[in-house]
Design a binder for this molecule. Structure first.
Ligand SMILES: Cc1ncc(C[n+]2csc(CCOP(=O)(O)OP(=O)(O)O)c2C)c(N)n1
Ligand SMILES: [Mg+2]
Length: 418
């Protein structure tokens, strides 16, 4: 994802309010409609929720709009990356949009979401408390459980959705975090986005048990059709209620990514083109909502086509605007990386100057880190970031690990394949 962030903020700004402001179609109808989910939920150690989901014309149209926007944005990101206008790593989300919009519909702006690098649409969908961009597979889950701990501690009745992939589901730290969350009844919802591949490795080659919703053993779980936005909404509502009363729960979202793992992966060497086109034809999340809209007579085919055209135009205009924008100053790379009181002082105390760090030092993290490192007499595990983090008495977050890669890239275990 790397360098997309700053520009993508500019890129996305015009969409949120304006896309449908000019439509004639009514997008404010809140008459309740009951719809059956595509598949039943399957529960582990819990009675699953009903397949009947309450929705409204307004919600269905907004699901359609939001997913069309996400899809278009990701396709545009693909082209911009290939034109070398977006650099760094870029992991696209198209195919998985129903998870983002369904989750958004079930939660409040005070709930937290933490996810990894396949994150553009989560950010676009939620526009709220989203922590994203973790490049160390699975590392965001213990952090998410920490957020849930804070929520429980402050008695604020909110929950954290900690998202991870099927590949990450085999990571030991997930089980450690789940154990503590269950012991302390933390409001943590572990959301496994099972797109069936971790890079080029199919789940059956990586997981002895690919029933990820059961992998919490003592913690309840639910298997959800992650291509059905309404099923995702129902499951997230259910999980939130459960987590606030009883502690953690796992949601396995059965989903699919249309693109390869990242831009260097064409995505067709370890799976067949037929598999991809089969999912597009039979399970596409946008098509599913489109069929519901048409069958309930909420819009015509032509009106939906016009929606898509408008979304495309908005994205094109935003790209044109983004291309005109000046690149941000390089100091922006470090803005808000450290917050006062959360680590900078400790880093700084490892250096020679014991006075309060200046704004330049806070912004220029590289300098601060290098000062700190040059004063140390014992070797530091730069590759893992762990011992550096321990010396700072702060959590070894992905930020620290990225910082380690930056300081000494040749020791980074993932240097060649992200
Ligand atoms: C600890 C760790 N191991 C390996 C990698 C290399 N890696 C990056 S992404 C990835 C696949 C993860 O797959 P999954 O969790 O299913 O997420 P998806 O990409 O499918 O969304 C791997 C192995 C890494 N970044 N971190
Ligand atoms: Mg995966």
């Amino acid at each position: 994802m790397a360098q997309l962030t700053r520009r993508s903020v500019n890129l996305l700004k015009p969409f949120s309010a304006s896309v449908f402001a000019t439509r004639h179609l009514t997008t404010s109808d809140t008459t309740p409609i009951t719809v059956e989910t595509s598949l039943p939920f399957t529960g582990h150690k819990i009675e699953p929720p009903s397949r009947s989901v309450e929705t409204t014309p307004k919600e269905l149209l907004s699901f359609f709009r939001d997913m069309a926007l996400m899809r278009r944005m990701e396709i545009a990101a693909d082209s911009l990356y290939k034109a070398k206008l977006i650099r760094g790593f870029c992991h696209l989300y198209d195919g998985q949009e129903a998870v983002s919009v369904g989750m958004e519909a079930a939660i409040t702006k005070k709930d937290c979401i933490i996810t990894a690098y396949r994150d553009h649409c989560i950010f676009l969908g939620q526009g709220q408390w989203v922590l994203r961009g973790h490049g160390i597979v699975g590392a965001q889950v213990p952090l998410g459980c920490g957020l849930a701990f804070a929520q429980k501690y402050s008695k604020d009745e909110n929950v954290t959705f900690a998202m991870y992939g099927d590949g990450a589901a085999n990571q030991g730290q997930l089980f450690e975090a789940l154990n503590m969350s269950a012991l302390w009844d933390l409001p943590a919802i572990l959301v496994c986005e099972n797109n069936h591949y971790g890079m080029g490795t199919a789940e059956w080659r990586a997981a002895k048990s690919p029933a990820y919703y059961k992998r919490g053993d003592y913690a309840p779980g639910l298997k959800v059709d992650g291509m059905d936005a309404l099923a995702v909404k129902q499951a997230c509502k259910f999980a939130k209620e459960h987590a606030l009363k009883n502690g953690p729960i796992i949601l396995e979202m059965d989903t699919y990514r249309y693109h390869g793992h990242s831009m260097s992966d064409p995505g067709s060497t370890y799976r067949t083109r037929d598999e991809i086109s089969g999912i597009r034809q039979e399970r596409d999340p946008i098509e599913r909502i489109k069929k519901l809209i048409l069958s309930h007579d909420l819009a015509t085919e032509k009106e939906l086509k016009d929606y898509e055209k408008e979304v495309r135009k908005e994205v094109d205009e935003a790209i044109a605007k983004a291309k005109e924008c000046a690149l941000p100053d390089s100091s922006e790379l470090f803005t808000n990386v450290y917050k006062k009181g959360f680590g900078v002082e400790i880093l700084q105390s490892l250096g020679s100057d014991q006075s309060e760090p200046s704004d330049t030092q806070i912004n220029n993290r590289e300098l601060v880190v290098q000062n700190a490192l040059s004063e140390r007499s014992t070797p530091i595990d730069l590759a893992g970031g762990g011992s550096l983090a321990r010396h700072q008495h702060v959590l070894p977050t992905a930020t620290h690990r990225q910082q380690s890669c930056h300081v000494n890239r040749h020791q980074c275990p993932n240097n060649s394949r992200h």
